[in-house]
Design a protein around this ligand. Structure first.
Ligand code: ATP
Ligand code: MG
Length: 647
């Protein structure tokens, strides 16, 4: 991409913080000012809120940039901040209200969680697994996935969680890349009433050459499994009789806590490496201030532990803050499409954190589903994973939040570890579709291709100007690629790969990936803005646009649209949508073609994969599809694309 990204979409709606939020929130103006005055002192203060074994004396070591080190001479074990230190005062507090897909439930207190982590950590040690051994975790959303992650952290074994919806090939690849010594799995996982055979997938992934010596299996679905004696161990038998306490491994702040592979929207996933002290500082600080957690809150993040959102905002951030969370095992449409709202009502959820892809799906399913339930316990909503289109934001605000809950639209990445651009609910006036401003202590800007800051009203590349504690430390096994991917485009600055614009008040509006930007008649158009204009039409639930080569305009905009409820796509609606985009943001952004489709190609984390739509539009062979969740839809769209209208 060269030149600036056009700023086409205008949004006038404003939602200032309520007085209750202003007065009661954890983060107030004072915190913002303090962090701006001295970011390093702010981060040091946030780090000091954790339990250290040996306090750090140096905050940031930038002598080997971009291999930054934070709190490097401190030592700690992150599980002491997440568990041990809460026991004396809050041991009986519920850490997790867990609900299985079939409706079974478990309530796990901090004391119980500590006990289970210690026993399992001892079990792992009894197998000869310890500091520096990478352990893969390939499970469903049962409480033991949290126990497994923390038990690894307890003994200094980096975990590598692989989403349970991935295939055995994906697991095999990640095991090989991470050098995993053990795999923790389940016999199976419940998904829409059916068993996903996790153990069987593990068996296939371990065929042939492998570094894996042990497989530990949690009983969940009680399906029959194959057994390899010596290698395979039942979880319950392994923990049986283990001591109830476990001396934690004392780690250096900079030691590896985990490896996690990115979700693969843009290509082959990268193994992102996160540290101990800096990572926990970032997630614990942002969790407290962005989600405004208080003692009586019930917090629910609907992500899976297979993604970074699950790591940072189901496990480490909430536990470091002694929060009470809900975990739900299964699918949002089982047994009915209102399962989430039933869960919010029955657990009295006060804070809900989910993804735009889910919100747009709920819009498609219909307003009557949330309306069936009492959602009045909610006081704060969050969004992460993709840009949230203003209309989806408004729907979330109205139909889920009852018009009274602030929405924190949080921009961040697997690489950033923690939230980077976000509202603070007691401070920030919200604008639907904008992630608003950088988190305190984060120095981000929007620049043009030469690295000059763009003026308010302009669009370009998002960059982070200085390091932050929870940043990735490297790409596992490939430090050169780390330097190349993130630090070479704008020397000295971190480049996340996302486009962004600044409005007149210097609010940040994320515009999608820069590789997705379309060049139409000499104008750089972001996918996000055209998609938001489409979603603004009352018939549209979800839209994806891509640029495809066009002899006349360089690229032409090809749109793929999913309609709400029982609306059907026809020629009339197609023309209506084209003119809707033209009036909403300008004739230049009018899609040349529109394909109506029942769904869009998505990653297993639910993100739209525009690169596949580009391949379809240009009639090319599809690129890497290993992270694609719904391959059938690609065929359906391919057929549809051949009959679509153009002018
Ligand atoms: P890969 O890097 O393998 O292509 P990925 O980037 O989808 O996969 P993640 O780290 O899960 O993997 O996603 C981070 C990306 O998600 C961000 O770079 C951004 O493009 C998008 N994103 C996340 N949150 C938001 C948000 N609130 N607004 C806009 N975009 C967001
Ligand atoms: Mg990415």
């Amino acid at each position: 991409m060269s030149g600036a990204i056009e700023n086409l979409f205008h949004e006038d709606r404003r939602f200032p913080p309520s007085d209750v939020m202003k007065n009661g929130a954890n983060a107030k103006e004072e915190l913002v000012a303090r962090a701006a005055a001295d970011p390093l002192a702010f981060w040091a203060g946030e780090a000091e809120k954790l339990a250290w074994r040996k306090p750090f004396t140096q905050v940031l070591d930038d002598s080997d940039a971009p291999f930054y080190r934070w709190f490097a001479d401190g030592t700690l074990n992150v599980t002491e901040s997440c568990l041990d230190r809460h026991l004396a005062e809050h041991g009986d507090r519920v850490a997790f209200h867990w609900e299985g897909e079939p409706g079974d439930t478990r309530e796990i207190s901090y004391r119980q969680l500590h006990l289970e982590v210690c026993q399992f950590a001892n079990g792992l040690r009894s197998l000869g697994i310890g500091k520096g051994d990478t352990v893969a975790i390939y499970m469903g959303m049962v409480p033991e996935i949290v126990v497994a992650m923390l038990a690894c952290a307890r003994i200094g074994a980096p975990h590598s969680v692989v989403f349970g919806g991935f295939s055995s090939d994906a697991l095999r690849e990640r095991n090989a890349d991470a050098n995993s010594k053990a795999v923790i799995t389940c016999d199976g996982a419940w998904r829409r009433g059916k068993v996903v055979p996790l153990k069987e997938n593990v068996d296939v992934a371990l065929e042939g050459e492998t570094t894996v010596e042990h497989v530990i299996v949690v009983r969940r679905t009680e399906n029959e499994v194959q057994w390899t004696d010596g290698r395979d161990h039942w979880f319950d038998e392994l923990v049986q009789g283990q001591p109830e306490t476990c001396e934690p491994e004392i780690m250096n702040a900079e030691d590896l806590l985990y490896i996690l592979y990115t979700s693969g929207s843009t290509g082959k996933p990268k193994g992102i490496a996160h540290s101990q002290g800096g990572y926990l500082t970032g997630v614990s600080s942002t969790f407290r201030n962005v989600f405004d957690i208080h003692d009586d809150d019930v917090y629910w993040c609907t992500a899976d532990c297979g993604w970074v959102t699950g790591h940072s905002y189901i496990v480490y951030g909430p536990l470091a803050n002694c929060a009470t969370s809900v975990i739900y095992e299964g699918s949002p449409d089982y047994p009915d499409q209102d399962r989430f709202w039933a869960l919010v009502a029955s657990h009295g959820v006060t804070i809900l954190y989910t993804a735009p892809t889910a919100i747009r799906t709920f819009m498609k399913w219909g307003d009557h589903l949330p309306a069936r339930h009492d959602l009045s316990s909610l006081r704060l909503l969050g969004s992460v994973g993709e840009p949230i289109n203003p209309e989806a934001w408004m729907w979330y605000h109205e139909h889920i939040g009852g018009g009274k809950c602030p929405i924190v639209d949080t921009w961040w990445q697997t690489e950033t570890g923690a939230i980077m651009i976000t509202p603070l609910p007691g401070v920030t006036t919200l604008k639907p579709g904008s992630a608003t401003r950088p988190y305190p202590g984060i120095d981000a800007s929007v620049v043009d291709e030469e690295g000059n800051e763009v003026a308010p009203g302009g669009g370009g590349f998002l960059v982070v100007n200085s390091p932050w504690p929870s940043m990735l430390r490297t790409i596992h096994g490939d430090p050169e690629r780390y330097r190349e991917v993130y630090w070479s485009r704008f020397p000295g600055r971190y480049f996340p790969g996302d486009g962004c614009k600044l409005d007149e008040e210097s609010y940040f509006w994320l515009l999608g990936r820069v590789d997705d930007v379309m060049l139409v008649s000499g104008h750089n158009l972001s996918t996000t803005e055209v998609e938001s204009a489409l979603v603004d039409h009352p018939a549209v639930a979800e839209a994806a646009v891509v640029g495809r080569s066009d002899p006349r305009t360089g690229q032409a905009i090809a749109a793929f649209v999913t309609l709400k409820g029982d609306r059907v796509g026809n020629e009339e609606l197609l023309q209506e949508l084209r003119s809707h985009v033209a009036t909403k943001i300008g004739p230049i952004a009018k899609p040349a073609s529109i394909v109506f489709t029942s769904d869009l190609p998505k990653t297993r984390s639910g993100k739209i994969m525009r690169r596949l739509l580009r391949d379809i539009s240009e009639k090319r062979q599809l690129g890497d599809v290993t992270t694609l969740a719904n391959s059938e839809i690609v065929e359906a769209i391919r057929d549809g694309a051949q009959t679509s209208k153009e002018d």
